[in-house]
Design a protein around this ligand. Structure first.
Ligand code: NAD
Length: 364
């Protein structure tokens, strides 16, 4: 059998070390010769950010950060960056802080150094997202890819267990969606499956003991692999659905991923059985003798989510039965044509209804 593929690896410097963020960031600011640093961090992340930036001269602190980056907020941050002559953006926080830095970089070209404190993985992608009205728009632009990422697991120990779990499942979603996304290839699938393996081992340890730095280090490593795979493979059906639910219905990002993912896997896994078998393996719950690999993968993911105590119903996140028809329309309009099974009205309706009510997912 011959192998043909086109693979792109994005260029990015990664400095990984627990307890080393402040030294790594200061070294990076020096190395780049930056003199006008803008730090983006929410008020609750400010103490963390001050710790991380203790050896950096900060020209501008920016603390207004909103999930899914409303366009007026992006414009206000861009204006402030220009007014202060900013030459380096440093974001300390989750995907929302990284997202605002990306929005400023998109129009200004100012480089970004990201110091992530969740497992969302935005720091390793060239994908930006902004929301106007009820529509979330995403795009791909290399200007928004942070030039350097500083990972430090000690910055994540304050992340509450409940949020760590859903944020970790957001990273697992990058792995799973990479198995069938528009640019999936053997290289990004390798990273996706290794990311899934590392995350599936680390998240139960975090759920059992939130302070566990060793487990959090593994989760950060897994989230990086997951995000690199996702950036390379592109956005698949799962991300289309979550963008619709986040943008049009204002559902919270990470919990929505945790609820929806097993249902998307149930739809797509039967069309990619070999990848499903490898996923079940990676999740530490391989298919038994004679077991359908798609059923094994769905059971493995569902079991992981259940064991972690993740949310299981969109109804608990603010989505209602009345919202299903509009969501189905929006998902079908944006779904990738390359999805391994047709994205029919019946399939998306069944998927969203199952996710709404917390039905046990199973291959269709
Ligand atoms: P978030 O950044 O909104 O953070 C959630 C909450 O956790 C916030 O209140 C934040 O202040 C708090 N928090 C963050 N780190 C903490 C820590 N270490 N300790 C205590 N509290 C902490 O949530 P998120 O899930 O990281 O990011 C979601 C956003 O990221 C969404 O807008 C999503 O679209 C975007 N995203 C983008 C990409 C991409 O590739 N472009 C990828 C993933 C997520």
């Amino acid at each position: 059998m011959t192998m043909t593929f086109e693979h792109v690896t994005l260029g990015q410097r990664v400095l990984f070390g627990s307890g080393a963020a402040a030294a790594n960031l200061a070294g990076e600011v020096r190395r780049r010769g930056a003199g006008r640093v803008m730090v983006i961090a929410t008020p609750s992340a400010r103490p963390l950010a001050e710790r991380v930036c203790r050896d950096v001269d900060v020209a501008l602190w920016w603390d207004e950060v909103v999930q899914h980056v409303p366009v007026p907020l992006a414009e206000a941050a861009r204006t402030a960056a220009a007014a202060h002559g900013v030459d380096l953006l440093v974001c300390v926080g989750g995907g929302s802080a990284v997202g605002l830095a990306k929005a400023v970089a998109l129009t200004s070209g100012i480089p970004v150094v990201a110091v992530p404190t969740t497992y969302a993985g935005s720091e390793a992608t060239n994908v930006w997202g902004m929301t106007e009205g009820r529509t979330k728009t995403t795009g791909v632009d290399d200007r928004v890819l942070p030039e350097t990422v500083v990972y430090d697991a000690t910055l994540t120990t304050s992340l509450p267990v409940e949020f760590s779990v859903v944020s970790g499942l957001n990273a697992v979603a990058h792995c799973v969606d990479s198995l069938w996304a528009p640019r999936t290839d053997p290289v990004n699938r390798l990273m996706a499956l290794e990311g899934a393996r590392v995350l599936a081992a680390a998240l139960p340890r975090i759920a059992a003991g939130p302070g566990a730095v060793a487990a959090r280090e593994q989760a950060l490593y897994g989230c990086y692999l997951a995000a690199v795979a996702f950036a390379s493979a592109g956005s698949g059906l799962h991300h289309t659905i979550c963008h619709v639910l986040g943008g049009a219905f204002d559902l919270p990002h990470a919990p929505t991923h945790a609820v929806v993912l097993p249902h998307v896997l149930a739809l797509n896994a039967p069309a990619v059985p070999e990848r499903a078998a490898r996923l079940a393996d990676a999740l530490g719950r391989p298919a038994g003798p004679g077991q359908d690999p798609a059923a094994a993968a769905v059971a493995a993911l569902h079991g992981l989510c259940r064991d972690l105590g993740a949310p299981a119903r969109l109804a608990d996140l603010g989505f209602g039965a009345d919202d299903v028809a509009e969501a189905v329309r929006r998902v079908r309009a944006a779904a990738p044509p390359s999805n391994p099974v047709p994205v029919t009205e019946a399939a998306v309706t069944a998927l969203l209804t199952g996710a709404l009510t917390g039905a046990v997912p199973g291959p269709r």
